[in-house]
Design a protein around this ligand. Structure first.
Ligand SMILES: NC(=O)c1ccc[n+]([C@@H]2O[C@H](COP(=O)([O-])OP(=O)(O)OC[C@H]3O[C@@H](n4cnc5c(N)ncnc54)[C@H](OP(=O)(O)O)[C@@H]3O)[C@@H](O)[C@H]2O)c1
Length: 240
């Protein structure tokens, strides 16, 4: 039987690249995303199954997990996340809720709902956090806090779910060239400045590619004696 994998936010960037690679390795791939058209069009291009599920919606997360009740699940990539740059001076209560509902509560609820399916196949989870958790960036405190939570809950779940045969790890990408940068609420000039600043401060002096992260995600999912770890994919940023 082919191994199966669920990738949240699989219609774009790192999630899409992971779906491409997993498909090429004969995984049975399901992607999910929040927008019906974007998810369906990505799934058609990829030739994989798609499910629409907004990670801020507990009901949709439960329905997504139910697809795997019977057959079980080998791999879960908790990749979907929101990112927006904003000063703490402008944070509203809704902003706190939005960041934590999508980036923290969503993946936790999905893992909770998938425990029986993952236990059935001794499955493995890769949660996508961010190099930002160790590297301060102005106007990114809510995003950084939500990603720090992902690192933290992953370590605890690794210990807790080991008894069910489920491994839990994190991937911590640095600056990766994906559409996320266009969703931050920045002008093209600001994006240019950020990219130039990043490239100068990355030891490898370039942005990473989504495909380079995808290779590490699949290696992590398949690394049978690895749990509770955070793997940096950041061109050397964390080592500085
Ligand atoms: N690129 C980087 O430099 C970088 C660095 C560190 C960490 N990361 C992390 O890597 C992961 C992938 O990011 P990416 O760079 O590939 O960005 P991306 O291309 O924007 O992909 C993010 C995906 O998440 C989906 N998504 C957002 N909110 C959602 C929600 N409420 N429910 C379901 N899906 C939702 C997006 O859907 P839409 O297409 O509808 O927006 C998209 O498919 C994220 O966890 C991000 O925080 C990225």
């Amino acid at each position: 039987m082919a191994k199966n994998i669920l990738i949240t936010g699989g219609n774009s960037g790192i999630g899409y690249a992971t779906a491409v690679l997993a498909k090429s390795r004969n995984y049975d791939v399901t992607i999910c995303g929040r927008d019906t058209e974007r998810v369906a069009s990505a799934a058609e291009k990829l030739g994989v199954r798609s499910v629409v599920a907004d990670m801020s919606d507990p009901g949709q997360i439960k329905a997504l997990a139910a697809y795997f009740n019977n057959d079980g699940l080998d791999g879960l990539v908790n990749n979907a996340a929101m990112a927006k740059f904003m000063s703490i001076k402008d944070h509203t209560l809704d902003d706190f809720d939005d960041f934590f509902n999508v980036n923290v509560r969503g993946p936790l609820l999905l893992i909770q709902a998938l425990i029986p399916a993952l236990a059935k196949r001794k499955g493995s989870i890769s949660n996508i956090s961010s190099a930002i958790t160790n590297n301060g960036l102005p106007n990114a405190s809510l995003y950084a806090a939500s990603k720090g939570a992902v690192d933290s809950f992953s370590r605890s779940l690794a210990v807790e779910l080991a008894a069910d045969g489920i491994r839990v790890n994190c991937i911590s990408p640095g600056a990766i060239d994906t559409p996320i940068i266009t969703k931050l609420g920045l002008s093209p000039e600001q994006i240019g400045e950020i990219k130039a600043h990043h490239e100068a401060s990355i030891p490898l002096r370039r942005y990473g590619l989504a495909d380079e992260v995808a290779h590490v995600i699949l290696s992590q999912l398949e690394a049978s004696y690895v749990t509770g770890s955070v793997w940096s994919v950041d061109g050397g940023v964390d080592a500085q």
